[in-house]
Design a protein around this ligand. Structure first.
Ligand code: CP
Length: 319
């Protein structure tokens, strides 16, 4: 299934209220701003995250069919900080290994009184399929194939807003394996909705989108692409989604598309450097950039808790 063929319509009910979070395409600007505002309200002036009892009567299940450190753990922490009961379904030892269908697994877990399911899967559109075939629970997409990673994009928007205040008049450069990046797809959808018009895509030809990208400028030269940028988003090389012919030689890739302090000087002096993680040091960027003064990579991780708390309390109908 092609990413752009997947519909997010089932995430809003007839009154326009969010009942699932499947993707950001089609979500109104007001809805995105509401999630960011609720997340902001969960962070105090010292940058500490608040706790809440809003989900005290609810249970949240994490189903991660692909590996994760940031998303899985921050969803668990977010659920616990809002007083939900949480389980991480041990998929390697579950009945899915005895050929139980995914929907039978989902209905079985729902019978255990689970209210929200956080799902990561390699198949594009899998969380959407589940949402359309189960009632009375919320589905949160924690990354499906190359299609969408909505909470990552939202935490990225929160991080940008904390530094740049507005999305208008921003120049954002996205560098790396754009073709296989669900983070980039959701991020571009969010930025377009929030008003950013200067979005540049920088990659070797094999890692650019195959589909048309109206309104987005494509570059194959890193320095030209990041010239005067306010935000640089470096992306992970997703070898697990590539065919052998697409995998670039790492040394050549770093020489042409790797971020170094010298290259970063082409951007604005107050540029922020983002990366969804995990970082491949020495391939996508130098350690001196990943850990340098422009990097907000660890702030992105912390913001992931606030954003995931915000999404879950909104889905619970609290805002
Ligand atoms: N950004 C992200 O999705 O990281 P994880 O794979 O560690 O969850």
């Amino acid at each position: 299934m092609k990413p752009h063929a997947i519909s997010n319509e089932s995430q809003l009910n007839s009154a326009g209220r969010l009942i699932h979070l499947l993707g950001l395409k089609g979500l109104p600007k007001k809805q995105l701003e509401k999630i960011l505002d609720v997340a902001d309200g969960l962070i105090d002036k010292k940058g500490n995250l608040q706790k809440s009892k809003i989900l005290r009567d609810m249970s949240v299940a994490n189903l991660f069919f692909e590996p994760s450190t940031r998303t899985r753990n921050t969803f668990e922490i977010a659920a616990k900080r809002t007083s939900a009961k949480t389980i991480n379904v041990d998929l390697a030892n579950s009945a899915t290994k005895k050929n139980e269908t995914l929907m039978d697994t989902m209905h079985t877990l729902k019978a255990m009184q689970i209210d929200m399911f956080v799902i990561r899967h390699k198949q594009n559109g899998l969380p959407h399929h589940v949402a359309e075939n189960i009632e009375g629970v919320s589905i949160l997409n924690a990354g499906d194939g190359i299609n969408a990673h909505p909470t990552q994009a939202l935490l990225d928007m929160l991080t940008i807003r904390q530094h740049k205040k507005t999305f208008d008049n921003l120049s954002v450069a996205i560098v790396g394996d754009i073709r296989h990046s669900r983070v980039a797809r959701s991020g571009i959808q969010a930025m377009k909705t929030l008003g950013t018009t200067d979005i540049r895509l920088i990659a070797p030809e094999t890692l650019h989108y195959k589909e048309e990208t109206p309104g987005l400028e494509r570059f194959d030269n890193l320095k030209k692409g990041i010239e005067g940028a306010d935000v640089v988003i470096s992306l992970r090389m997703q070898k697990e989604r590539m065919i052998a012919a697409d995998i670039p030689d790492e040394q050549t890739y770093f020489e042409n598309f790797g971020l170094t302090p010298e290259v970063l000087k082409c951007a604005k002096p107050d540029v922020i450097l983002m990366h969804p993680g995990p970082v491949n040091r020495g391939i996508e960027l130098e350690s001196s950039v990943a850990d340098g003064p422009h990097s907000v990579i660890l702030q992105q991780v912390t913001n992931g808790i606030a954003v995931r708390m915000a999404v879950m309390v909104i889905l619970a109908g609290a805002f």
